[in-house]
Each structure stands twice: as structure tokens, then as C-alpha cells.
Design a protein around this ligand. Structure first.
Ligand code: GAR
Length: 198
């Protein structure tokens, strides 16, 4: 049984997709052992609670020194003894020590087709705003392993989504979630849990 820790900062629709996929058997051989948030107001924490999963919130704002937050964050994750860490809309820079400790055991979902619209500053709605500004006709989502760079790790899976005339960033974000993210991320976890991706 793959022990999965999920890190979140916001609404947690990707977390919900994972919870649902475990419940309905789309993901097998895996269990969510904990949900970590840096944001006490994250609705994702409520989703974890409703699903009977341990949630933990530690905010960087509670520490005067970033390295003290990093220590507390890593200690909490280690406590859950995860085989896989899933960054599902997590807006915190991952400490290098953690990247090294969980190399090839930490994945991220990004709402574009990497290497487009990714890297520092590209997160959430901003990604879709930039895609619309550039006028691309196709965008999508990417699941990748986490390395020391921003969105530079080995790509696991991608799915393309059409951009339609009249799209707003919000409408496009929703389509990318529905048609790509909520499918791709649970599938990647299932594939890892069942040895199909290493
Ligand atoms: C998702 O669209 C995810 O791909 C994105 O944040 C959103 C979180 O939504 N992540 C990034 O932009 C990371 N660079 P959610 O909280 O509803 O899952």
C-alpha cells in the first residue's frame, strides 16, 4: 500500500479528485496518510476532514525564520512516512533537503503543457491568463516529478485541452481541471502505486 501525503494551499479540487479516486477504486494500492497545508483557510483542509484524513496546517507566517518553518514542515511530512508526496496546488517553495530526501517520490500537477507557461511566477489563474494573452489554441496540464528547479522535473504525463473563443481565465482553468488535472493526477498516483511509473 503506497502511503501518500498531499500538500495543498487552496480549494483542493485536485485533492478531492484523489480522495474520490481512492474511494471508487480508480486508484488502487494507495492510501492518503495526511494532508498538509500552509494556509489555515484552505478549503482543502475541510475536504480532508470530511474524508476522515488527518490534516495539518503549519503557516510560514508563524515563524520569524524561513528555515524554522522548513524544519517543521519536513518533520510533519516525515512523521507520516510517505512513499509519495503529491503537490496538489501547493504554493510553497519546497526546501532543498526535502527535494533530496524524496527524490523520485514527489510529484506536482501544473496547469499547462510544460515547458509552456511554467516556472517562477506561473501558478493558478496566472497560468491561464498568460495562455490566453499569448493566444494559444491548445493548453493542458502536466504531472511531473519535483526536482530543484521550478517545474523542471521529469514529466510523467500530459493532457491537452482546447482553448475556445471567448474563454476567460476562470472558464479555461475549470476546463483544464475537468478535462485534464482531475484525471491525470489520480492516474499518475495509481500508476506509481502499481509500479507502472518509476
Ligand atoms: C490547480 O489548477 C493546480 O494545477 C495549480 O493550482 C490549482 C490548485 O487548485 N497548481 C499550480 O499552479 C502549481 N504551479 P485546487 O486547490 O483546486 O486543486
Amino acid at each position: 500500500m503506497l502511503r501518500v501525503a498531499v500538500c495543498v494551499s487552496g480549494g483542493g479540487t485536485n485533492l478531492q479528485a484523489i480522495i474520490d479516486a481512492v474511494a471508487d477504486g480508480t486508484i488502487t494500492n494507495a492510501k492518503i496518510v495526511g494532508v498538509f497545508s500552509n494556509n489555515p483557510g484552505a478549503y482543502a483542509l475541510k475536504r480532508a476532514e470530511d474524508a476522515g484524513i488527518e490534516g495539518c496546517c503549519i503557516s510560514p507566517k508563524d515563524f520569524s525564520d524561513r528555515s524554522e518553518f522548513n524544519k517543521a514542515f519536513l518533520a510533519k511530512i516525515d512523521e507520516w512516512e510517505p512513499d509519495l508526496i503529491v503537490l496538489a496546488g501547493f504554493l510553497v517553495i519546497i526546501p532543498e533537503e526535502m527535494i533530496a530526501r524524496y527524490r523520485n517520490r514527489m510529484i506536482n500537477i501544473h496547469p499547462s503543457l510544460i515547458p509552456s507557461f511554467c516556472g517562477t511566477g506561473f501558478y493558478g489563474l496566472k497560468v491561464h491568463e498568460e495562455a490566453l494573452k499569448r493566444g494559444v489554441k491548445v493548453t493542458g496540464a502536466t504531472v511531473h516529478f519535483v526536482d530543484e528547479g521550478t517545474d523542471t522535473g521529469r514529466i510523467i504525463a500530459q493532457k491537452a485541452v482546447e482553448v475556445l473563443d471567448g474563454d476567460t481565465p476562470e472558464v479555461l482553468q475549470r476546463r483544464v481541471m475537468e478535462q485534464a488535472e482531475w484525471i491525470l493526477l489520480p492516474k499518475a498516483i495509481n500508476d506509481i502505486a502499481n509500479g507502472l511509473i518509476k
